[in-house]
Design a protein around this ligand. Structure first.
Ligand code: 13P
Length: 251
């Protein structure tokens, strides 16, 4: 089943987050054609989770700290997020890598922490414009994947989801063309096959992210190796996010 994530990033306040969650409960709460998960700001996680509890819309956090507890001011650990109602976490989002200095090694630690504490991870990978233009896309994605997945077996990775998010397409209104995205997804899946085997790679869901909107969602998700979307800006509008989840259901 395709999976669509709504990454609300650092937007909204308590009232708008609760309103958005309540709207999504009405539009998608009993929708089962595609899996939908929202990632509100951690400050509003509990309230959003309460609005969506018992519905088919899952809730996750946008990031976790690698360690379970301790003197790490402002950190939110996987067990803390889980106790607040998260069942999913993003790991390695490009904005974490850029703004907070998350290295490939740090992303690997976070992935391990998610798996250890029972949060389902969406591991985000993606190349910059410079890396794409200089022909390094495949190498960059392999490096990000290999570091994150090092030492993990298919059994340990369980429900892992990957999100391919070209950095140049995030928040820019420039989307990778379906051909570009499909080609990259196929190469990612082939690389996962070589490391973790055919059965795991075939079952692995790979989302595309980067300026996914209601008008382009269907053609992206019609590609054979695109199994959903990770949506930023358009996930802040209940109508737009609902329409993207419905497009994912038809594939
Ligand atoms: P936009 O959909 O706003 O481009 O953001 C994509 C993204 O970063 C989702 O994680």
């Amino acid at each position: 089943m395709n999976i669509v994530g709504g990454n609300w990033k650092m937007n909204g306040d308590l009232a708008s987050s609760e309103t958005l969650a309540a709207e999504l409960r009405r539009s998608l709460g009993s929708h089962h054609g595609a899996e939908a998960v929202v990632f509100p700001p951690a400050a509003f996680l509990v309230q959003v989770q309460r609005k969506l509890a018992g519905s088919s819309v899952g809730v996750g956090v946008q990031d976790i700290h690698p360690y379970a507890k301790g003197a790490y001011t402002s950190g939110i650990s996987a067990p803390m997020a889980a106790s607040a109602g998260a069942t999913w976490t993003l790991v390695g989002h490009s904005e974490r890598r850029t703004w907070f200095g998350d290295s490939d090694a740090r992303v690997a630690e976070k992935l391990h922490a998610a798996l250890e504490h029972g949060l389902k991870p969406i591991l985000c990978i993606g190349e910059t414009l410079d890396e794409r233009q200089s022909g390094r896309t495949v190498d960059v994605l392999r490096r990000q994947l290999d570091t994150a997945l090092d030492g993990l077996t298919a059994a340990a990775l369980g429900d892992l989801v990957l999100a391919y998010e070209p950095v140049w397409a995030i928040g820019t209104g420039v989307t990778a063309s379906p051909q570009q995205a499909q080609e990259t997804h196929a190469s990612v899946r082939a690389h996962v096959t070589s490391g973790l085997g055919d059965a795991f790679a075939r079952a692995l869901r790979i989302q595309y992210g980067g300026s996914v909107k209601p008008h382009n969602a269907a053609e992206l998700m019609a590609c054979p190796d695109i199994d959903g979307a990770l949506v930023g800006g358009a996930s802040l509008k209940a109508l737009d996010f609902t329409s993207i989840v419905r497009a994912a259901s038809k594939q």
